[in-house]
Ligand binder design. Sequence first.
Ligand code: KIV
Length: 272
Amino acid sequence: MYIPKPLEDKITIPHLKKLKQQGEKFASLTAYDYSFARLVEECGVEVVLVGDSLGMVIQGHDTTIPVTLDDIRYHGKAVAAGLENAMLMLDMPFGSVNSPQQALDNASELIKQTEAQVVKLEGWESQLQTVETLAHFGIATCAHLGLQPQMVHKMGGYSVQGKAKSAAERMLATAVDLQGAGADILLLECVPASLATKITAELEIPVIGIGAGPDVDGQILVLQDVLNVTVGKKPKFSKNFMQGQPSIQSAISRYVQEVKRGKFPDKTHIFS
Ligand code: KIV
């Protein structure tokens, strides 16, 4: 049985940067409601994301595309009510960041209504100006590279990104540019572990990975995957932390401890 280790301090961007500098890993998870937000924080999860994955795991859609700003606002408020010290990050849903001005208006409203600390946005070079604008107006951002679920129709499915040399070079260059534009965190989804290692070493900002190998600064998973209640095929990068555990609390604490000790992800969860 794993014993929860609650957070002692408020988690901020400087706090995550310090962890990166000290080589200490941090744990992130998605949550979509008050009860689970409380529970994941009690177990020591530093960053809680209200992800647009809620479109799939809460609403039962096939993709994240139908998720609206109202959905993120609703779940964001519920999660915020459950958090005291963990960092609250909200996903900007499909169609809500199509221009810097639209992103600024939408992110400002969401932050006011939920008191989230960070907004996360998918997008490549196209988001440089948006990240810069948000930074200019004091909004902390997490840029999201690699697999971009909001582009599923353009990509024709979900697949590992950055395998070809040119794609890897483009991702590294874009990551550096996003940091230069003012991004505070980078999230890498489904990229070869060696590329994630390189990007993490190159950047000063913390890098969170999902399917990005063990060398990123923090890991994130979808809560349903951790608790083994995922419907359908389980992603290769996830792990059933409920296995052998007597309670949900013990399973989430195990996830946090395995991330911090560098035990998760292991070679069965990574892409090359
Ligand atoms: O929406 C989400 O939950 C995410 C994670 C997969 C990182 O973006």
